[in-house]
Design a protein around this ligand. Structure first.
Ligand code: PEP
Ligand code: MG
Length: 560
């Protein structure tokens, strides 16, 4: 038996998988001091060859891509052969830029022109920059940045992954994700869970694992075994089977063992997620992150475009609830068309509802599109605002939602101020949903992107649990439902604590619903209350987790 090495990071998306490592090369920038070329003609030839290498690579990817991706890749390959772009780079060589610098500058000149043209051209800017990044890498003799084309089921390993990279991974071939950086509630982690891809972040030395190495990833334990023993692979396989059998045994609406109903809902980020979640055994959508649909849009989506998208999202949920969150732009989810300029500290700046207040037409167009989609589909649409801090903000938002003809308005509770004052904040709205990801960030004064501080961001932090409890108390005083749609709702043990605190619904990545349903079915409401008090009397996040785990049913803990 070989002794394999096991490294530990933080598991952010459950399940296990084993496969060979594909390393994702980081973005490449031209060196700051790249010398002016001694031979301008030779340098121009080098630029042409670099662009041509990019075009050939993109064309070969197009040849094996599906019907959606192939035309996009072919169109992007054509950009690399654009004579005007080559000429712009040649002009930069003449003023003394080195080849990589000339490519980057030419691409930026072109990008500015595309943006000025607007419409279709503006939407191609991300593709143009992709071509530019690849050509710069080719000119410097470095591997192309981004996820390379996958030819077999692979474990994607990176320093960090951009949300857009995670969102476009082929889930048949990307069987697990491992990153060296990244945080527990970074949007990349959320997207991995959303897409049901086991993922571990904060893995020490992840980028040093050679491409092609066989690794076994355990997204629950946060462990990665390098060159794993056959025994480990067999052990993981058996555990997967046992877990699958236990989960398959429970179905139907979420409820505690004594019949206290807790609707289990899906977090989704777009049409494809909605189409996949629709047929699943869940009671609707508890969080539709609308900004995810527009992450790479450079111009504001029109009323018609939005209506079409929301109608497709609502359609699979006829008769079920769909809680839509209005655009939560800013901080780690910048939207090009909702940008108010740079801020020193964007997580504390004009993001979420604060940005909607600055750009009310954007909000009104979105609400109008949502109302039209709700009307067209018969889904029980409810709309909530992100990043609400005060009762006045909640009332302002609710008035606009109702003016658009939508029946139910709610708020997200992600700011401790809103949790502490929830009785007043909820007075003018119909419901609240606690975003524990941001609530932990703001309660613990810890950037959710700062992977190295993830212990502070642990949703088991007793202070965060106390703030959730305050939000529930205010909701109950008003008779208003208070759900949770942050990542903690998908942790089966923490879900029990949340229900014990008075949380009325739980929304999570659909892949997490079965384990949470099983957890609820194994505990009564009183037992959940007892677990909540166990968590609240602990002095640290680890103690809270360990004490709740020890007190929970072994039928649950043996499969976690
Ligand atoms: C949250 O903050 O918990 C939440 C659900 O919203 P997001 O993760 O998109 O910020
Ligand atoms: Mg949030």
């Amino acid at each position: 038996m070989t002794e394999h090495e096991t490294r530990t990071g933080i598991g952010v998306s459950g399940g296990s998988a084993s496969g060979r490592v594909v390393q994702v090369a980081p973005p490449v920038r031209p060196p700051k001091d790249e010398p002016a070329p001694a031979d301008v003609d030779g340098a121009y030839q080098h630029i042409l060859e670099s662009f041509e290498a990019v075009a050939v690579e993109l064309e070969s990817r197009a040849a094996s891509a599906d019907e959606h991706a192939a035309p996009i890749l072919s169109a992007t390959a054509m950009m690399a052969r654009d004579v005007g772009l080559h000429q712009a780079a040649a002009n930069r060589l003449k003023v003394g830029d080195g080849p990589a610098t000339a490519i980057a500058a030419a691409v930026e000149e072109y990008a500015a022109q595309f943006e000025a043209l607007g419409g279709y051209f503006a939407e191609r800017v991300a593709d143009l920059r992709d071509v530019g990044g690849r050509a710069v890498a080719a000119a410097l003799g470095l591997p192309a940045p981004g996820v390379p084309p996958l030819t077999e089921p692979s474990v994607i390993v990176a320093l960090d992954l951009a949300p857009a990279d995670t969102a476009t991974l082929d889930r048949e071939l990307a069987i697990a994700i491992v990153t060296q950086a990244g945080g527990r509630t970074s949007h990349t982690a959320i997207l991995a869970a959303q897409r049901g891809i086991p993922a571990v972040v904060q893995l020490p030395g992840a980028t040093d694992i050679p491409a092609g190495t066989l690794v076994a990833v355990d997204g629950d334990a946060g462990e990665v075994a390098i060159d794993p023993d056959p025994e480990l692979l067999e052990h993981q396989r058996l555990r997967r089977e046992k877990r699958a059998a236990a989960l398959a045994a429970s179905s139907g609406p979420g409820a505690t063992a004594d019949g206290h109903m807790v609707p289990l809902l899906a977090n989704i980020g777009g049409v494809q997620d909605a189409e996949e979640a629709g047929p699943q055994d869940l009671e609707g959508v508890g969080l539709f992150r609308t900004e995810f649909v527009f992450l790479s849009a450079t111009t504001a989506p029109t009323l018609e475009e939005q209506t079409e998208i929301y109608t497709k999202v609502f359609a699979p949920f006829e008769g079920r609830r769909v809680v839509v969150r209005t655009l939560d732009a800013g901080a780690d989810k910048p939207l090009a068309f909702a940008d108010l300029g740079e801020e020193e500290n964007p997580a504390l700046g004009r993001r979420g509802l604060r940005l909607s207040e600055a750009l009310p037409e954007l909000l009104d167009t979105q609400l109008e599109a949502l109302a039209a989609a709700a009307e067209a589909t018969g889904a029980d649409a409810r709309v909530m605002a992100p990043m609400v801090s005060t009762a006045d903000e909640a009332a302002w938002f609710a008035a606009r939602v109702r003016a658009a003809g939508l029946k139910k308005a709610g708020v997200m509770i992600e700011v401790p101020a809103a949790a502490l004052r929830s009785e007043h904040v909820l007075a003018d709205v119909d419901f609240a949903s606690i975003g524990t990801n941001d609530l932990a960030q703001y309660t613990m004064a810890t950037d959710r992107m700062a992977g190295e501080l993830s212990d502070l961001l642990d949703p088991w932090q007793p202070a965060v649990i106390d703030v959730v409890a305050a939000a529930c108390t205010g909701g109950a005083a008003n008779g208003k439902p208070v759900g949770v749609c942050g990542e903690s709702a998908g942790d089966p043990l923490l879900a029990l604590v949340l229900v014990g605190l008075g949380v009325t619904s739980l929304s999570m990545a659909p892949s997490k619903v079965p384990a949470v349903r099983l957890a609820l079915s194994l505990h009564t409401l009183d037992e959940c209350r007892e677990l909540a008090s166990v968590a609240r009397s602990a002095r640290s996040a680890t103690d809270a987790h360990d004490a709740v785990r020890a007190a929970a049913s072994t039928a649950l803990t043996e499969i976690l």
